[in-house]
Design a protein around this ligand. Structure first.
Ligand code: TRP
Length: 447
């Protein structure tokens, strides 16, 4: 069997973990949800959720992964056979999430290439964003080709292994992402009328904190921190015992949240300065933003920077997803990385094909009343991820007991665990209760 990979430095590990965390969720989800969900009030609740639920669960995932040093299915099985199902759920979730994430990644590649080609031309790259987007996504062939290109890029990195693929790529992509984000913020904030965007993002409105916004904040937090589907178990399993997992479980959520707020500062001041409507998701990325770049001095340059930034965010998440989807098969069946990674990626590409085609020929097909993109997102992000997060908090809080994580963190006294009581209490009570409450709320809201 191939030697098990290991991150070569704490910096590399942090970059890979925040690479997995920072993704489309931060860029096109968080800012809009914050703006609509009560501005600073939403951000405050989000931060409280990060502290009460995100941090302890991330710590558990790191600890389980590092202690077991295997893929998540075998890791769960090792600790308690009954929880094997949580590892299986996480692995399946990675297939679902990557299937639609890859399609979106393909769209981003198309735009990055488009802006890249026209970087030095003085004309607008995408003069009619709405038209361009509709034509592109409804044309099944182009959506599929760019989806495949994105998956090939992902395979190309993951096949290099943990040190030479995932770690190296993250160490390059993440700093560039932050740099571009800051350059774009400077541009966006200096546009006349930018302050309205700041107001949209931050003006506190506590009356907006309804049960449904609270649920939205909690699932946004899980998705954004890549929790509940074993991403951090997988990365943690490649971590050396010389590293402090407690500080990582603080730094990663912190940087992820900073990136989400920075994304809001990059996008919404410009949206409001140009008198456009705030939106989220695909229409924000692929229609509203290009419309902004059209009117901006050096718009092609900023457009190119922006789409490269989004591409890096998406790729550093997709490599984590592909690693999670593959690691069980790689280890359990002792298959070579070079062989199994392209196979799993091909299966996911087939699995994602209905999503890629769902804006064209398959536009009328609905599953449980949803288009394919929403359906895959629903299964991966809501059903399996919530299940996984609940399972891990019960496993650690009640079955293995918090001490297991504390011991794994302290490494026989090498490190000192700050806030043992805080961790034990949140993982035993707060995390499962909050997750259950949100589950019940969203089920009742569906019936
Ligand atoms: N955190 C990613 C984002 O914000 C999405 C994501 C969810 C993810 N779960 C994951 C990425 C697991 C990698 C691994 O877009």
């Amino acid at each position: 069997m191939e030697k098990r990979g290991q991150f070569t430095s704490k910096f590399g590990f942090i970059m890979a973990s925040i690479g997995s965390a920072i993704g489309l969720g931060n860029l096109w989800g968080f800012p809009y949800k914050a703006g609509m969900g009560g501005g600073f009030a939403f951000i405050l609740v989000y931060l409280i959720f990060v502290g009460l639920v995100g941090f302890p669960i991330m710590l558990c995932e790191f600890a389980i992964g590092r202690k077991a040093r295997v893929n998540q299915i075998d890791a769960y099985r090792k600790f308690d056979k009954r929880f094997t199902i949580a590892g299986v759920a996480g692995t399946i979730a990675a297939f679902f999430i990557l299937a639609f994430y890859g399609v979106l990644g393909g769209w981003v590649v198309n735009y990055a290439v488009k802006y890249g080609i026209n970087l030095f031309s003085s004309t607008n790259t995408i003069p009619q964003p709405q038209q361009y987007f509709n034509d592109f996504v409804s044309n099944g062939a182009s959506a599929l080709i760019f989806f495949i290109i994105f998956m090939v890029l992902t395979v190309f990195i993951v096949i290099g292994g943990v040190e030479n693929g995932i770690e190296k790529a993250s160490k390059i992509m993440m700093p560039i992402l932050f740099l571009f984000l800051i350059l774009i913020i400077v541009r966006s904030l200096t546009l006349p009328g930018a302050s309205k965007g700041i107001e949209f993002l931050f003006k506190p409105d506590f009356s907006k904190l309804t049960p449904s916004t609270l649920g939205m904040a909690l699932s946004q937090m899980f998705f954004s921190l890549s929790l509940g589907i074993g991403a951090m178990i997988t990365y943690g399993s490649y971590l050396s015992n010389d590293d402090n997992i407690q500080s990582s479980a603080i730094i990663v959520p912190l940087l992820d949240t900073v990136a989400a707020i920075l994304a809001g500062l990059a996008i919404f001041p410009a949206v409001f300065a140009l008198g456009l409507e705030p939106t989220q998701g695909p229409s924000l990325m692929f229609i509203t933003l290009p419309a902004i770049f059209n009117q901006m001095y050096m718009g092609n340059v900023f457009g190119f920077m922006f789409f490269v930034l989004i591409l890096f965010a998406a790729l550093s998440s997709s490599i984590a997803l592909l690693e999670i989807a593959s690691s069980f098969f790689m280890e359990h069946f002792k298959l070579k990385r070079k062989v199994i990674i392209p196979i799993i990626a091909a299966i996911i590409t087939l699995w994602g094909t209905p999503v890629a085609l769902s804006f064209g020929v398959l536009g009328d097909v609905k599953v449980l009343g949803m288009g394919f993109l929403d359906f895959y997102d629903f299964i991966g992000e809501y059903v399996l991820m919530t299940f996984g997060a609940l399972a891990i908090s019960i496993l650690i809080g009640w079955v293995l007991k918090p001490k297991m994580v504390i011991d794994e963190m302290e490494q026989n006294g090498k490190f000192r665990f700050m806030g043992k009581k805080y961790f034990s209490f949140t993982i035993k009570f707060i995390a499962p209760i909050l997750i259950l409450a949100v589950m019940i709320m969203s089920i009742t809201s569906m019936i």
